[in-house]
Ligand binder design. Structure first.
Ligand code: PGA
Length: 254
């Protein structure tokens, strides 16, 4: 079912609500597949976390069925924990190889990841910003934190922000703790694409599932953009599509 809730600025937003997380994830996967079918050399912005796992599984189903090739696609991941090399099981680089890259025909030369173990975070952020400037993102996939974060842009992050080192909020540390594989504690810092980098994508697809995301979704879709809820800035972009399951849509006024 498509809904078009209006926020205070009266911009019409593109929101699809499906009964289950599985269906919402399949719909997001279809958006990615159609973007790559239309342009095999598409530049994809990718996300980590629990939410996109079903999306990546659906992409791998299409790969297994011989329906798609990612050989010409370029990817950029949103963020990485500081201090973790790609070889660490808890790095987002390792997640991406486990969940997607290692099981499809992505070419390593076209995979862009932030190096969490870089000797100098500032230099690493500048390197990633240069790459992004050279390869504008066609389709950016996002999840949303319970605190409204996108990437690791926590509440208070500025909408024009670019790639930078950030301190993670208490809420994010708690939310990510159960997902750790080897670490005992979530790293305190990360390097993330900024909200400005995210808003520079031609098209944005954001997936939220489960009741824990309902309040962040409501604030993002039905309140005026505010730095306190980073995802609310998405409503200033002209081509954003939200995919929600019923639980994540549970607090929307319809
Ligand atoms: P989650 O994370 O998918 O693990 O809930 C989403 C996010 O923090 O962006």
């Amino acid at each position: 079912m498509d809904h078009h809730p209006r926020i205070a600025s009266d911009r019409v937003l593109n929101v699809t609500i499906l009964p289950t997380a599985q269906e919402a994830s399949a719909a997001v996967a279809e958006k990615i597949l159609s973007a790559v079918r239309a342009n095999p050399a598409a530049v994809l912005g990718l996300a980590t976390g629990q939410t996109p796992r079903r999306v990546y599984a659906a992409l791998l189903d299409a790969v297994a069925a011989g329906e798609i090739s990612f050989a010409d696609a370029t990817t950029f991941n949103l963020d990485e924990y500081c201090g973790l090399p790609a070889s660490h099981a808890d790095s987002f680089a390792a997640y991406m190889y486990r969940e997607l890259f290692g099981k499809a025909d992505f070419r390593p030369a076209r995979i862009n990841l932030i190096d969490g173990a870089a000797a100098d975070n500032e230099v690493e952020a500048a390197r990633y910003a240069r790459l992004l400037a050279e390869h504008p993102i066609d389709l950016q996939l996002l999840g949303i934190g319970t605190n409204g974060h996108i990437g690791f842009n926590e509440p208070g992050a500025l909408p024009a922000g670019r790639v930078q080192t950030v301190k993670l909020s208490e809420e994010t540390l708690l939310a990510n703790q159960p997902t750790l594989i080897e670490l005992k504690q979530v790293p305190a810092h990360a390097i993330t694409m900024g909200i400005g980098d995210i808003l520079a994508a031609r098209e944005i697809v954001i997936l939220a599932t489960g009741p824990a995301k309902a309040e962040a979704v409501r604030r993002s879709l039905q309140e005026t953009p505010d730095n306190a809820c980073p995802a609310s800035h998405l409503s200033t972009h002209s081509n954003v599509h939200w995919f929600l399951d019923e639980a994540a849509a549970g607090l929307l006024q319809r």
